[in-house]
Design a protein around this ligand. Sequence first.
Ligand code: FAD
Length: 377
Amino acid sequence: MAAPHDVCIRGAGIVGRTLALLLARQGLRVALVAPAQYTRRDADVRAYAISPQNQQLLADLRCWLPEADATPVRSMVIYGDRRGVVHFDADRLKVQALNWIVDVPALEQRLAEACSYQGALETVDAPVPAPLTVICEGRASRTRAELGVEFESIAYNQHAVATRLDCEQSHGQVARQWFTLDGEILAFLPLAGPAGHEVAVVWAARPAQARAAAGWTDAELAAHLHELSGGALGALEVRGARGSWPLIVGQATRWVGAMPGAPNQSFALAGDAAHAMHPLAGQGLNTGLGDVAELAAVLAAREDWRPLHDRRLLRRYARARQGDWQRMRWATDGLQQLFTHPAPLAAALRNRGMTLFDYSGPLKHRVARLAMGDARP
Ligand SMILES: Cc1cc2nc3c(=O)[nH]c(=O)nc-3n(C[C@H](O)[C@H](O)[C@H](O)COP(=O)(O)OP(=O)(O)OC[C@H]3O[C@@H](n4cnc5c(N)ncnc54)[C@H](O)[C@@H]3O)c2cc1C
């Protein structure tokens, strides 16, 4: 008897739910594995920078958010540790926004609602057999390990601390990032709409410093962030929870393969289950959404006679995505290494380089496209 589902998606994060909606829209019968132990957790304090391409993807799925939860970024300013500065501007690049800063719980809720209205999509508590299983369980994926797929990773000597701040001054739709002399990286991402006074913070610091900061009062944390940001947004007040993540760069050694012991069943990895990168460029989720958009397109374009478990088909997906992932990896890893290198000569070079770069034409345009999530060569 044929399996009642065409595709089983393991992991109901943003990547898994987006894929579920894309495939159900194609008329595929989708099982989305979302056991209670993985869905019942505290609200995520983070906000994500979502690229224009993925904004369109989510809008097409009717999952885009109102401006109060998705602030358009009009400018981006990056400050080096010795007065180097780079600006990106939506007007100069002739785009509506460089990206959008999205409240994570609001996006998760919108996707969950959309999934609950989609008739071809069934949410289940445990994996079900299907010609194709897509693993979207994040970077610590258990299924990936059970399948014997290795995840090669290198730990950065950094943890990311995330929280939210109320600011005296409006963010003015500007995303700001500072690279400090001590190798810390701080981002203030604008929230609460165009006139908002709220920012999402991602502060990457050495693990010992991040652990020490967990014991700081809100006022002490605000004072440190005020100092790192040079008071750019006036007085700061920490609001809400904090979260901390050890940072790694890594990738699965195989992205597609056969399900062991199950003829006519295959698997594919997507999102952080396939690759993980430093959040300094805000591209981890964007790359994961690029994966599922590509996988859905490859499945939709398959020849009539080709089944969903056909590994030649799945290799088309893996090949198409690995180039983008490698370019993003190279860019984020290179920036992290460059800005955490302590040698004075490296500091002088990177800041001088930033200033020259700020005046460069095509190169700056190319990097702006990369920052907007477009990794094409
Ligand atoms: C501080 C920080 C800031 C970031 N900022 C940005 C940004 O601005 N822009 C951006 O693009 N990216 C950003 N990222 C990266 C982004 O968080 C990830 O790339 C993204 O969350 C990956 O989504 P995912 O759905 O693949 O995995 P996850 O978000 O990890 O979701 C996996 C889901 O699967 C579930 N799950 C796990 N195991 C199982 C199992 N065995 N069975 C069933 N379900 C399971 C989990 O509970 C979860 O719901 C940031 C990361 C960090 C750490």
